[in-house]
Design a protein around this ligand. Sequence first.
Ligand code: GTP
Ligand code: MG
Length: 249
Amino acid sequence: RMEVGKLHTGCEEFDELMGGGIETQSITEMYGEFGSGKTQIAHQLAVNTQLPKEMGGLDGSVIIIDTENTFRPERIEQMVAGLSQKFEQDFDPAEFLKNIHVARAYNSNHQILLVDAAMEMANKLKNTDKPVRLVIVDSLTAHFRAEYVGRGTLADRQQKLNKHLHDLQRFGDLNNASVIVTNQVMSKPDAFFGDPTRPIGGHILGHTATFRLYIRKSKGDKRIVKLVDSPCLPDGEAVACITTDGLCD
Ligand code: GTP
Ligand code: MG
């Protein structure tokens, strides 16, 4: 077993909440309502992963399985500019973009298949200077939610999601990579989904994701990140800011 890596988020409180950073060989689920910042944080992690270890990165490249067409190269460029300022270095945004491999998933079956494609790409990059160290599935649940509607199909959906998460865990283990998945939840109690702090995917997701982060909006740029039901870390909250330069204290 390879040594677990810790990916810095750009926000010290957030890193501390996670026991030093987002772990490799684990699935970290970010859930929260529309606009809470899940995709923004995912973009930041796609940038940070590429940094050398002494700067809090994993010295690796990134695969994004994009199910909602929300990947924004311009946003990556802004965040790289933010890092150039922070570390007083001239990082090349084009270089960072080159190391983020984005695949669009058109439906839930395609999304599941893309993990196999990700594994192939990771194998190709394994012995290069930028092995894959992060895979992001944003959103994990949107296609499943759209396709599996109604009571009779819930068990099916759970079974598929469970397999998908199992594949992702395996990817993380084999590549010493972090796995980030996002999951939108409703802020208001909803007749179908029930408790807003209990995202769809319910118990299966709860047991598979090693770290579960509930993200919510606070004043202005501020976001509250809450670690929920972690098996190895105390529950707690961190405040992070989303600015033009990216995620910060
Ligand atoms: P869903 O995917 O709809 O569930 O939402 P999400 O949780 O992925 O939200 P997302 O990460 O897309 O957050 C959108 C919010 O991030 C916006 O409402 C802004 O508050 C903030 N944001 C996005 N882009 C920028 C930017 O360039 N600069 C700043 N300062 N904030 C931004
Ligand atoms: Mg999003």
